[in-house]
Design a binder for this molecule. Sequence first.
Ligand SMILES: Cc1cc2nc3c(=O)[nH]c(=O)nc-3n(C[C@H](O)[C@H](O)[C@H](O)COP(=O)(O)OP(=O)(O)OC[C@H]3O[C@@H](n4cnc5c(N)ncnc54)[C@H](O)[C@@H]3O)c2cc1C
Length: 323
Amino acid sequence: MPNIAVFIEQRDGEAKKVAWQMINHARKITDASGGEVWGVFLGKDAGNNAADAGSWGAHKLFTAIDENLAGYNSELYTTAVASFCSANNPDLVLMGATAMGKDLAPRLAARMDCACVSDSIDVNFDNGFTIRRPVFAGKCYTDVNIKSNTAVVGIRPNSFNLDQPGSDSATAETFDPGIGGVTPKATVAEVKATSGGAIELTEADVIVSGGRGIKEADNYKMIEELAGVLNAGTGASRAIVDAGWVDHSHQVGQTGKTVSPNLYIACGISGAIQHLAGMSSSKCIVAINKDSNAPIFKAATYGIVADLFDVVPALKEAIQSLD
Ligand SMILES: Cc1cc2nc3c(=O)[nH]c(=O)nc-3n(C[C@H](O)[C@H](O)[C@H](O)COP(=O)(O)OP(=O)(O)OC[C@H]3O[C@@H](n4cnc5c(N)ncnc54)[C@H](O)[C@@H]3O)c2cc1C
């Protein structure tokens, strides 16, 4: 009867969608095998999270409310989640493989002296947990069996679909984060957001990305316009980031962001292994490239061998005409 804790990452009090995706998936596991799903929330106030966590399937929401937990701090958050774990002994701790989760998960696992499985895309339970993660830039998967009593697992955003929310509310409980005696060695001085209002790539359902095939910086507008009608995030290959056409925050790939949207549209991107490393777990990949031998077509669900200057505007108009 596994009890699964899900760390609910928040920014300015607003929970990340990946938390609800993990809770939703964890609930399917506990419905089949017994046990409970516990949301774990750190922040300066609990907001609506008990209702939200419950509607996505959490049995309980454990909160630690403290002004010092308003924003992320590696040491305070590690101590707080570790305090929760020692008091409640979850069999598995899930957190998003986000910038925050990638920092927190290994610290927490080290603190708890347990297994850590990073950047995963699936969790199953059958007399023990099996975690699936892509390796070799998404060319194959490994299934990891958990042998320790508990484990910390990072899950890529959008790995799990969200069902319709229910009307249940999670039972709200509080816990002592144990941070009273902790003086962090480092604190965040300032957060500088790059592009206000832009859709965060790692959370986006749809991403339209441009590569060197767009020819020059000004043509990235085409990518933004197609993304606009699809309510999508805008991505880029490293080639055009290095050329200074687009900010690095848009880069997808080994040295950029790892994304798993439902739909990834690659426009004029060749599909180098380092780019594929960041997007090959997308559910549906559409590639637009005039070279039929471009490696991106090996990863693509649908391939369009054509000039992107013809296809991208036509696609935008066709989607607009659906309204
Ligand atoms: C250590 C390391 C890390 C790296 N990390 C990353 C990373 O994180 N992300 C990343 O993207 N890359 C990364 N790279 C770079 C990577 O190897 C490639 O060089 C890069 O992805 C190529 O970008 P591109 O596909 O836009 O350009 P190109 O490889 O030049 O491809 C352009 C494509 O556009 C097509 N095209 C041209 N004109 C048109 C047209 N009119 N219509 C349709 N198609 C057209 C061409 O056929 C071609 O396939 C990394 C490399 C290294 C060594």
